[in-house]
Design a protein around this ligand. Structure first.
Ligand SMILES: [Zn+2]
Length: 103
């Protein structure tokens, strides 16, 4: 596994993961469960790719994200999770909070 991005918050980390997934790159978010936990030291969520060989490709996705181009490429209408009410970015096919699939 290889670290490709340290996000400012869980939503951003999952956004990156979704973009990587859209490019066929399997990725995982770590540390998102610890974010904001009361009494915990702040732990920033990180995005890891499972296949080190795709690091260069993943890096481009992250750079695109930072430049805002990926957001335009994958950004669709936001939707609201029917299960927990979380507002999600358009590229998510499932709720990052509760795991419910998009309608
Ligand atoms: Zn949900």
């Amino acid at each position: 596994m290889r670290l490709v991005y340290t996000a400012k918050h869980p939503t951003e980390a999952h956004l990156i993961r979704g973009m990587l997934k859209a490019e066929g790159i399997r990725a995982e978010v770590k540390g998102d469960q610890l974010y904001g936990a009361f009494g915990e030291l702040p732990v920033l969520p990180t995005v890891w790719i499972l296949d080190d060989m795709l690091a260069a490709q993943a890096e481009r996705v992250v750079i695109d994200f930072l430049h805002g181009t990926a957001a335009r490429k994958y950004g669709h209408e936001r939707w609201t999770c029917a299960n927990c009410g979380e507002t999600l970015e358009g590229q998510f096919t499932e709720c990052w909070k509760c795991g419910a699939a998009r309608d």
